[in-house]
Design a protein around this ligand. Structure first.
Ligand code: NAD
Ligand code: GLY
Length: 389
């Protein structure tokens, strides 16, 4: 596990990836130091700050004055807001601006925003002149604990979420938890889904901490919030360092996302925001794990209780088996025609299994008939081939 090193009140988590290693720096007020942070990395010349109008209104003045004071020539790129803007068309807006302003290989891009901005800006940085450096300045909880770390960048396609993209690691992740204070409550709560995910996939003690501190976290008390961000980043950094390109272990980060991404896409990216879809996905995938005999009912009930106490949704929105299964086929986690799903064995340990259509259909029909009925672990007649990671 990567160490968290306290240094002048700052927490630093290292993502160890040989010559692509970088720091995740966490401290309230860090945004004001962005100019110096870029200088410390040795960058000079042009910087493009990619953001949207909402975040821009709140933070670009601070960012611009810090960058200008450090001697940078700053260009701002303001993108349309929301998941529906995560498209190739929006990426080309960034590329147009970079080309018009004659950005070069040594120029830097700053992704100032949530996961949508981070994924879009990171992808533009990956492909402009075959790759320029970028830094992540995540402004939502989802982005601070997940999307800004690990180098997954990309956009959605009409057929499925995140189908087009590239691995391109940032040179720095600069996390200022103060920026979470302006986040709409719904977005703040949604981020807690990804935090809970880390407890389930890797750390029972962290899950217990969340159970014990969820009220303080929801109230945004500084100590618990910084702990939650730092521990989540540590877990993600450790997984990414072991499997940068998701050939095996990194798949565990997709817990809740097989069903979650399908629900997001079925709702036209309007009804559920990412974290909410992941919360429902985690509960349903845990139920499925129980049904397939991978975990006990206690795992499902602990998870469901924490999800609910966090203020997240846990119920499957109205849909049909063909729609849900169909949406799951377009997920990028499909391999050789099989849908893979991350299922909990215990809180803190998961397994990756290929799903069988008949099994999934049976579970889906059964839960519609008796939606809230808890069932004991089942016999192996339902168990799928497990790839332990
Ligand atoms: P988001 O980026 O859409 O941001 C949510 C909303 O909050 C937006 O309207 C935004 O303008 C607003 N906002 C952002 N920061 C704010 C602030 N500090 N104050 C006020 N308003 C603010 O949503 P998100 O949940 O951050 O990201 C979801 C996206 O991240 C999805 O597209 C998902 O696929 C992606 N994601 C990527 C990875 C990855 O590894 N690359 C991991 C997880 C999620
Ligand atoms: N959010 C999943 C990953 O980064 O792999």
């Amino acid at each position: 596990m990567s160490p968290v090193v306290p240094h002048s009140g700052e927490t630093c988590v290292k993502v160890s990836l040989a010559d692509r290693s970088y720091d995740i720096r966490i401290k309230a007020g860090l945004l004001r130091d962005i100019g110096r942070s870029l200088r410390d990395l040795g960058f000079s010349g042009k910087v493009a700050v990619v953001t949207n109008a909402t975040i821009g209104r709140l933070y670009t003045q601070t960012v611009q004055s810090s960058l200008k004071a450090a001697g940078y020539h700053v260009t701002q790129v303001v993108l349309p807001e929301g998941e529906r803007s995560k498209t190739l068309r929006t990426v080309s807006l960034i590329l147009d601006k970079l080309a018009q302003c004659q950005f070069e290989r040594g120029s830097v891009l700053v992704a100032l925003g949530g996961g949508v901005i981070g994924d879009l800006a990171g992808f533009a940085a990956a492909i402009y002149v075959r790759g320029i450096p970028f830094i992540q300045v995540p402004t939502t909880l989802v982005a601070q604990v997940d999307s800004s770390v690990g180098g997954k960048t990309g956009v959605n396609h009409a057929v499925g979420k995140n189908l087009i993209g590239s691995f391109h690691q940032p040179r720095l992740v600069l996390i200022d938890p103060d920026m979470l204070k302006t986040l709409p409550t719904r977005e703040w709560i949604a981020g807690l889904a990804e935090v809970i995910k880390y407890g389930v996939i890797a750390d029972e003690a962290f899950f217990s901490y969340l159970e014990g501190h969820i009220d303080a976290i929801r109230k945004m008390e500084e100590g618990p919030v910084i702990h939650v961000i730092a521990r989540s980043c540590e877990i993600k950094a450790s997984v990414v360092a072991q499997d940068e390109r998701e050939s095996n272990l990194r798949r565990i980060l997709n817990f809740g996302h097989t069903v979650g991404h399908a629900l997001e896409s079925l709702g036209g990216y309007r009804k559920l925001i990412h974290g909410e879809a992941v919360a429902i996905g985690m509960v349903l995938e845990a139920e499925l794990a129980r049904e397939l005999g991978h975990c006990s009912n206690e795992v499902v009930s602990r998870l469901r209780a924490l999800v609910k106490r966090a203020g997240l949704p846990d119920a499957l929105p109205p849909t049909t088996f063909p729609k849900l299964w169909g949406a799951m086929q377009h997920d990028k986690k499909v391999a050789q025609g099989r849908v893979y799903c991350v299922l909990p064995e215990q809180v803190g340990r998961v397994v990756v299994v290929p799903l069988d259509q008949a099994q999934f259909k049976r579970w889906f029909s059964e839960r519609r008939r008796k939606p809230s009925q808890a069932r004991a672990p089942r016999s192996s007649s339902w168990s799928a081939t497990a790839h332990r990671t």
